[in-house]
Design a protein around this ligand. Structure first.
Ligand code: ZN
Length: 142
């Protein structure tokens, strides 16, 4: 990766870490999911309001490392207003790109490319996937 792009991606992750989007409790909510990663100590609650198969609202709170928090922040920005099916599909492609460990700027929307390019160690992948997996568990089969 060229150094300019890497710096940009690092800055983007730091920005989400310092100013996370949708970072609040949602009350009332139709779904809440706990996301806990004992390897790193990341712990979040994801809140959702799902209605007619659409994620009307999504937010999170908690604490953890920069990667897990940036990933949760990006996730809530991307999944707000989308259908359950689209959310599950996006989560699946994000996971596939992370696990394949290749650089793929063009395959993922929004800021996710920053995460997939920066995150390569397996322990960091767990951090990056944490919020996504909790959300998928909460909405799968709904
Ligand atoms: Zn972490």
């Amino acid at each position: 990766m060229d150094p300019g792009k890497e710096a940009l991606y690092q800055a983007l992750i730091l920005d989400h870490d310092r100013s996370p989007r949708h970072f609040h409790v949602l009350n009332p909510c139709s779904h809440a999911a706990e996301a806990y990663n004992p390897l790193c100590g990341d712990r979040y609650i994801i809140y959702l309001n799902v209605e007619s198969g659409i994620i009307r609202q999504i937010s999170f709170d908690g604490h953890g490392c920069a990667i897990s928090k940036a990933s949760a922040s990006m996730m809530t920005s991307m999944l707000s207003g989308v259908s359950i099916d689209s959310a599950l599909a996006l989560s699946k492609s994000f996971k596939a790109v992370l696990l394949s460990n290749k650089q793929t700027d063009d395959e993922l929307p929004g800021d996710l490319a920053a995460l997939t390019d920066v995150v390569s160690a397996p322990t960091r992948i767990t951090c990056a996937l944490l919020a996504w997996e909790a959300t998928c568990d909460a909405i799968a089969g709904f």
